[in-house]
Design a protein around this ligand. Structure first.
Ligand code: ADE
Length: 223
């Protein structure tokens, strides 16, 4: 899979992809994440990528031309399954959506800023809009990193067996059950006996029970 992220603040995206699982996935060649600074695609003297809103009002609007030029440049080299705009009024990110996106070969993610992008970008250049929640971030970069993380960890080979995505919360429609590690007792707080029993089917049964109990308690809408 290849993910191209278009942003006017590329530095914001340096951290999330340079460590841990996302870095290993790139090192193993399972995913390529390429961050594109929008600025060089601007044709004006000061390489600006935003301008005042027609009709007035506070806040700058991201211009269509640099975005169009960047997307067109990328499309010259490959076909993209989706051109995604990160926006608080987009479709809400869910595990189901992450699963769908993990089947794609090439994705573009466009990060908005200021008051957003010229509406013509959304009308003509974007195929999908995604929100990571009902709150407004300063820009789409952190949201793009969240979406990319949720997608990349689902690519076969990215996670080892012990971190398998199949046991994640939401993957089977349930919240994951509690987990414990050594010591078996700390300050008198004990690990449930069943987990120390070595009885695999009983442990599985307990985990399933706890997952259902937790989901009913915390996220009844998922049941
Ligand atoms: N940009 C700003 N806020 C956002 C959000 N909640 N989701 C996705 N992109 C955003």
């Amino acid at each position: 899979m290849r993910i191209d992220i278009i942003t006017c603040l590329p530095k914001l995206l340096e951290g999330p992809f340079s460590d841990s699982i996302l870095k290993r996935a790139q090192d193993k060649g399972l995913v390529e994440v390429v961050v594109h600074d929008l600025r060089p695609y601007s044709t004006n003297k000061h390489r600006t990528t935003d301008d005042y809103a027609f009709g007035g009002g506070a806040g700058m609007v991201m211009m269509i031309e640099p975005i169009d030029r960047c997307i067109s440049f990328l499309k010259e080299s490959r076909h993209y399954d989706e051109v995604i705009y990160m926006s608080p009024d987009g479709e809400l990110l869910t595990q189901n959506l992450a699963n769908q996106l993990s089947l794609c070969k090439n994705l573009i993610m466009l990060c908005g800023h200021y008051k957003g992008v010229d509406e013509r970008v959304r009308e003509h250049l974007i195929t999908r809009e995604i929100s990571i929640g009902d709150y407004v971030l300063s820009g789409g970069e952190l949201a793009a990193a969240v979406v990319a993380d949720s997608v990349i960890r689902l690519i076969p080979g990215v996670l080892s067996d012990e971190t398998s995505a199949l046991t994640d919360s939401f993957q089977d429609g349930l919240i994951a059950p509690p987990v414990y590690t050594r010591p078996a007792e700390y300050k008198g707080w004990k690990v449930p006996d069943v987990l120390l029993s070595g009885h695999t089917s009983k442990i599985e049964e307990w985990r399933q029970e706890k997952a259902i109990e937790r989901t009913k308690e915390r996220r009844p809408n998922l049941i």
